[in-house]
Design a binder for this molecule. Structure first.
Ligand code: SF4
Length: 376
């Protein structure tokens, strides 16, 4: 691995105390498996000691990492530090459920090295939170932010969900304004999408409800940008806003820039040297495989040059950084501007992309249709 580019480490905690009505992520409620899980995780951490040496970002995600006790988390961090070098200035993020917040717990997180919290707030309205099946209340969401500040966290991200049936543009604007009033360093706005297996999808189906149509979806997307940008947030990725360039999620930027990352835990994905691999999603299979001294990898793929090129465009055009055409040419020997002349001219004419200093980047309207931009 190129030593100059620092990889990111992702640790997946696949446990949730209850299941949110819209969630299709794999997680289990059997918290009695946590000790076995941590033992397996320690083994997996060691497996990669030769191929990954150091990281400058660590992200503990889930599931719900904040159901782990201080002993559990110290156990994970001590295994990480024993095996890898974590840069002094590393960004160390943990996802936090507002229902799991106490000053003592948050101070403990700071002590073990967590310096960034991503709080799954989703909404500031009790009815809406109940509708979504979240296990926290609006007052717990607000308390989580102030307690995190009291514990000394200077880098907070909050996640919000929009496009929920029965909420309109006015209520979404109120949510954004409320979020901004707490001055978090980072805000992620995710549009509700429903997998057919989720209880909320079944409810929508039963009641004859639908997700927002394309027009409403676009309006809501533009409201995110206008409401947050006018208060100083930078719209740096389709769903993500940071109060300053250096407060972007450094870890997530690695995913969008093809920087190597190691994902540990069930279902976690990794990428390095043009290869992607992912773990078995089931906790039980993960435990059995590691107990047998084997890697819990389910499958892997070596990306072809063409796939890497396409991903560079797809991922680049989701971010404000866009695609540096000079770097692209150097890497893949292709002059994108010449190759896709007609298509790029159309996108420029429709103000979906801009071209400055040989960098092709999406406008806000382009970000709203980022997936189709990648089809150039
Ligand atoms: S807390 Fe997150 S991972 Fe767990 S059920 Fe809810 S949305 Fe899914």
């Amino acid at each position: 691995m190129n030593n100059k580019i620092k990889a990111g480490l992702y640790i997946h905690i696949p446990f949730c105390l209850s299941k949110c009505a819209y969630c299709s992520f794999y997680s289990i409620k059997s918290i009695s498996l946590i000790p076995d899980y941590l033992a397996a995780l320690r083994k997996e951490i060691k497996f990669y000691s030769k191929s990954f040496r150091s990281f400058d970002t660590v992200y503990i995600g889930g599931g719900t990492p904040s159901i782990l006790s201080s002993e559990h988390l110290s156990d994970i961090f001590s295994a990480i530090h024993k095996t890898y070098r974590i840069d002094a200035g590393a960004e160390i993020t943990m996802e936090l459920n507002p229902g799991d917040t106490s000053l003592e717990y948050l101070k403990m997180l700071r002590t073990i090295g967590v310096n960034r919290l991503n709080i799954g707030i989703q909404a500031f309205d009790d009815k809406l939170l109940k509708f979504l099946g979240r296990r926290h209340s609006a007052s717990q969401a607000i308390a989580a932010i102030s307690t995190a500040r009291e514990a000394g966290f200077g880098n907070l991200g909050i996640d919000l969900i929009y496009g929920v049936y029965g909420t309109g543009i006015k209520s979404w604007k109120n949510t954004l304004q409320k979020a901004v009033s707490f001055a978090p360093e980072h805000i992620s706005c995710y549009q509700l999408s429903l997998d057919k297996k989720t209880p909320l999808y079944k409810k929508y189906y039963r009641e004859g409800w639908s997700l927002p149509d394309e027009n409403t979806e676009r309006n809501l997307f533009f409201i995110n940008a206008s409401e947050l940008e006018k208060t100083g947030y930078i719209h740096y990725e389709v769903s993500n806003f940071a109060i300053s360039e250096n407060l972007r999620s450094r870890h997530n930027m690695k995913y969008w820039r093809h920087v190597p990352y190691l994902g540990l835990g069930p279902g976690a994905h990794s990428f390095s040297g043009g290869k992607r691999w992912w773990n078995k999603p089931s906790v039980k299979k993960y435990l059995i495989t590691l107990a047998n001294g084997e890697m819990p990898v389910e499958n892997s793929e070596k990306l072809t040059q063409e796939q890497l090129q396409l991903e560079t465009i797809f991922l680049g055009l989701r971010t404000k950084d866009g695609v540096d055409l000079g770097v692209y040419k150097q890497k893949y020997g292709l002059d994108l501007l010449a190759e896709k002349k007609t298509m790029i001219s159309t996108l420029l004419a429709n103000k979906l992309v801009r071209l400055d200093n040989n960098i092709l980047s999406p406008t806000c309207a382009g970000m709203a249709v980022a997936d189709s931009l990648a089809l150039i």
